[in-house]
Design a protein around this ligand. Structure first.
Ligand SMILES: *[C@@H]1O[C@H](CO)[C@@H](O)[C@H](O)[C@H]1NC(C)=O
Ligand SMILES: *[C@@H]1O[C@H](CO)[C@@H](O)[C@H](O)[C@H]1NC(C)=O
Ligand SMILES: *[C@@H]1O[C@H](CO)[C@@H](O)[C@H](O)[C@H]1NC(C)=O
Ligand SMILES: *[C@@H]1O[C@H](CO)[C@@H](O)[C@H](O)[C@H]1NC(C)=O
Ligand SMILES: *[C@@H]1O[C@H](CO)[C@@H](O)[C@H](O)[C@H]1NC(C)=O
Ligand SMILES: *[C@@H]1O[C@H](CO)[C@@H](O)[C@H](O)[C@H]1NC(C)=O
Ligand SMILES: *[C@@H]1O[C@H](CO)[C@@H](O)[C@H](O)[C@H]1NC(C)=O
Length: 428
């Protein structure tokens, strides 16, 4: 384990500056080899369950069973991004970090506003460490272009979009930024880490260094995630945010509940437990609707969000509800392609794997239970997937008292500092 230098953090943190961010929608012309799957796209919650039963059945690879061949998918898509620089000195640092979120989130994963942005990755990277950041909604999600959820919105098309954003940053052709960055690093969370991993294998010189958070290469526990999410159609789960139900319908129902709903986290907790109302009314207040078609699935409720992302006792209950109201879905095509990363990675640059001690999908709830006295943690095994990375440039760090959703835990910023220190020490 490399030694953390918190003395340097204290020095860097002394200024009270804030980040300066702009939202930029970027068209990307991309193409990728995508799988052609021949299965029913779920159009009801029961069909979503059928898909997960198919997907999680032991002893077979459902991706391979459903696959009938490959095709080239090409097109122009809009990617919704946010570019942030330190407010006091603009673009001075030669490095921009490209941040790719995981399943269940959009780019706000990296900058959650809860409690005065006290959980913001971008605040740590930009305010404290003076990096520039580019976060973005992955293709298919949030404000980025959506698409057909089985045979279009899949991992490799999204990776093509990530490669295109990176090239624009390096070449100085990113609209609204118009600055050529000599150094680009990539930071992912979960599926965003898997895409970052695949990106640097396809294009080994595209990145100067990578940080894979909420990640390992152990696929044994993917089924816990798929089953534990209790996936349902996004448009039915949050009908005002993701579906087409008129706001007036929600207003009328809410008017009769207004005196009791959302007066406190405790009341919301009771209503959510009994009726799933946190999800039902999400988006009604903000009037922010992003429609998703059938085949976009969301985890069902706060119970499943806790199971997938949070370690009990180590998060503020309020952030669970805030996260639920702003969650995002996943496509069936993404689920079918999330395990398609190669076992041997061609990348040669610095790699940090940073995973919560109690991560569910990548560690089965305990990253230290390896059953192998020579292997300190499950994420430490990622070392063997990077044969071209010198030993001194690989680190696996286990963030204590933390589940899969690092950003939701009390010590989120502690984890983020580990990432910044790793990159800083590597001169990136
Ligand atoms: C920019 O995007 C963020 C979410 O990432 C959003 O909260 C904010 O309101 C947007 N700003 C503008 C000016 O649209
Ligand atoms: C489940 O798998 C069967 C084949 O085993 C397939 O015909 C069916 O379309 C699948 N349904 C879903 C919703 O995945
Ligand atoms: C499952 O099948 C897909 C498609 O053939 C393949 O890319 C993937 O590597 C397989 N996964 C495992 C764990 O064998
Ligand atoms: C991208 O956004 C622009 C501006 O909103 C819009 O005119 C264009 O149709 C969008 N393109 C795609 C592929 O969605
Ligand atoms: C954010 O965290 C700091 C340090 O832990 C604390 O002093 C401050 O009160 C917090 N802000 C909010 C809005 O919770
Ligand atoms: C995944 O982790 C479990 C628990 O430590 C271990 O038993 C299993 O061998 C690991 N699988 C691989 C492929 O390393
Ligand atoms: C917070 O995280 C940092 C980085 O992992 C760690 O050094 C520190 O001990 C953690 N703090 C607590 C209170 O767990």
């Amino acid at each position: 384990m490399y030694a953390l230098s918190f003395a340097s953090v204290a020095l860097l943190a002394s200024s009270a500056a804030a980040k300066k961010c702009t939202n930029i929608t970027v068209p990307v012309d991309i193409s990728a080899r995508t799988g052609v799957f021949d299965i029913t796209v779920p159009k009801t919650n029961l069909e979503a369950t059928t898909f997960i039963q198919n997907f999680t059945q032991q002893g077979r690879n459902f991706t391979n069973l459903a696959l009938t061949g490959y095709k080239t998918t090409a097109g122009t898509y809009n990617i919704s991004t946010q570019f942030c620089v330190p407010s006091e000195n603009g673009v001075k640092n030669p490095t921009v970090q490209v941040l790719t979120h995981g399943i269940g989130f959009d780019r706000t994963y990296w900058d959650i506003p809860y409690n005065g942005f006290n959980y913001s990755y971008i605040d740590v990277a930009v305010d404290t460490y003076k990096y520039n950041t580019l976060s973005y909604d992955r293709l298919g999600i949030g404000q980025s272009s959506h698409g057909e959820p089985l045979n279009e919105i899949q991992a490799f098309l999204e990776i093509a979009a990530l490669a295109s954003l990176t090239t624009k940053l390096r070449q100085g052709t990113f609209p609204g930024i118009n600055h050529a960055f000599p150094k680009v690093t990539h930071v992912g969370h979960s599926f965003g880490s898997a895409q970052t991993y695949a990106l640097v294998n396809l294009y080994p010189t595209i990145s100067d260094g990578i940080v894979l958070t909420g990640f390992s290469m152990n696929a044994s526990f993917v089924g816990y995630f798929a089953a534990g999410a209790d996936f349902v159609l996004a448009s039915r789960n949050q009908p005002f945010r993701f579906g087409t139900v008129p706001y007036a319908t929600g207003d009328a129902i809410l008017a009769s509940l207004a005196s009791i709903f959302k007066v406190s986290t405790a009341v919301e907790e009771q209503l959510s437990e009994a009726y799933g109302l946190t999800d039902y009314f999400a988006g009604l207040e903000t009037r922010q609707r992003v429609e998703y078609c059938d085949g976009y699935l969301a985890n069902k409720d706060v119970d499943t969000t806790q199971y997938l992302f949070l370690l009990p006792g180590h998060f503020d209950p309020g952030i669970l509800y805030a996260g639920e109201r702003t969650k995002q879905p996943v496509t069936v095509g993404e689920l079918l392609t999330l395990g398609s990363a190669p076992m041997v990675n061609a990348f040669k640059g610095p790699v940090l794997v940073l995973t919560g001690s109690n991560d569910l999908p990548y560690c089965g709830g305990d990253c230290l239970a390896t059953g192998d006295p020579t292997l300190p943690s499950i994420p430490a095994a990622v070392r063997k997937n990077f044969p071209n990375v010198p030993a001194a440039d690989f680190e696996a760090y286990i963030q204590p008292q933390t589940g899969h959703g690092l950003n939701f835990h009390y010590n989120a910023t502690g984890a983020y500092r580990v990432a910044q220190e790793f990159l800083r020490v590597k001169g990136l």
